[in-house]
Design a protein around this ligand. Structure first.
Ligand SMILES: *[C@@H]1O[C@H](CO)[C@@H](O)[C@H](O)[C@H]1NC(C)=O
Ligand SMILES: *[C@@H]1O[C@H](CO)[C@@H](O)[C@H](O)[C@H]1NC(C)=O
Ligand SMILES: *[C@@H]1O[C@H](CO)[C@@H](O)[C@H](O)[C@H]1NC(C)=O
Ligand SMILES: *[C@@H]1O[C@H](CO)[C@@H](O)[C@H](O)[C@H]1NC(C)=O
Length: 265
């Protein structure tokens, strides 16, 4: 049995060896025809394809980069143009602003000339019946019926969006002197003591009333003008009223309008 197996094994080994040799022989004989030029052709084709793809990618990439660069340049130019435009716009609006300020100054000057010639000129930046001096408008309310206590007078001026007369500059002082006002309340701060006589020229340095800072009672003394002086008297006395308020700005249209009206006369 063991002998048989050994033999068989040997036989098998033998045959497999010969088979191997045979196969090897066969392999050596059959190998050359299959790969040689077919495989080489295929490899070449693949290499070419790869090369082409690479070139294509390169070209595409180049085109893309070019496009990107163009876009980036365009964007930068646009940004430059926009910031330039913004600067020009700012410059323009600054120019317009300074021009309109200048125009308003000219209009005010012109209107002042017209006002000097004719106090009723329509360009006047004050309401009807008010006088114009510097930047202020002034209203006189006089006569026996219209005389009021200081407090009432202050309220009346308030109703006009105005306040009682103040004299805080040399220019206003000269203007008020020219009016030669007799018995008009002043917007001086009421005080607890009276004073005898005050020259109008000293009035600029006096305390002027500001709403809600002074408490007014019946025992206080209020200032009034009696050209060429001013005095303090009981605030419950009755006197004429002069109100003041800021003038509006002169409108170009109002000057043109007044010129047209003047020509028609
Ligand atoms: C930028 O401005 C210049 C000159 O004003 C103009 O020629 C150009 O077309 C502008 N560029 C863009 C992107 O708007
Ligand atoms: C704007 O004005 C300034 C001077 O005020 C000037 O230097 C600048 O060149 C102006 N810019 C433009 C875009 O006009
Ligand atoms: C006072 O000012 C108010 C608000 O500004 C306004 O409604 C009113 O008409 C003005 N009165 C006078 C007399 O100007
Ligand atoms: C100022 O006084 C008036 C009445 O005299 C009052 O109604 C107002 O509340 C006061 N304002 C302030 C800020 O004190």
């Amino acid at each position: 049995m063991s002998e048989e197996v050994t033999y068989a094994d040997l036989k098998f080994q033998d045959s497999s060896q010969t088979e191997n040799i045979q196969k090897f022989d066969k392999f050596e004989k059959e190998e050359p025809p299959v790969p040689s030029h077919v495989w080489r052709q295929r490899a070449l084709a693949l290499t070419l394809l790869c090369l082409l793809l690479l070139i294509g990618l390169g070209v595409l990439g180049g085109i893309c980069m070019e496009k990107l660069n163009t876009l980036r340049n365009f964007k930068e130019e646009l940004q430059r143009n926009m910031s330039l435009q913004l600067m020009q716009n700012t410059n323009s609006s600054q120019k317009i602003r300074s021009l309109s300020i200048k125009l308003e100054e000219i209009a005010t000057k012109l209107c002042r000339e017209l006002y000097i010639k004719n106090k009723g000129n329509k360009c006047k930046p004050c309401p009807e019946g008010w006088m114009w001096h510097d930047d202020n408008c002034y209203l006189l309310l006089s006569g026996y019926q219209r005389r009021k206590t200081w407090q009432k007078s202050d309220e009346i001026c308030s109703d006009y969006n105005a306040s009682l007369l103040t004299i805080k500059s040399k220019s206003v002082l000269e203007f008020i002197k020219s009016l030669k006002l007799i018995n008009y309340w002043l917007g001086l701060s009421p005080r607890k003591d009276t004073t005898k006589y005050n020259n109008l020229d000293t009035i600029i340095s006096f305390n002027w009333f500001t709403r809600n800072t002074s408490v007014i009672s019946d025992e206080m003394y209020c200032g009034y003008i009696y050209y060429p002086s001013f005095f303090y008297t009981e605030c419950t006395d009755t006197k004429n009223i002069i109100c003041e308020k800021l003038a509006q700005s002169v409108k170009i249209e109002s000057i043109l309008m007044s010129e047209v009206l003047d020509r028609r006369k």
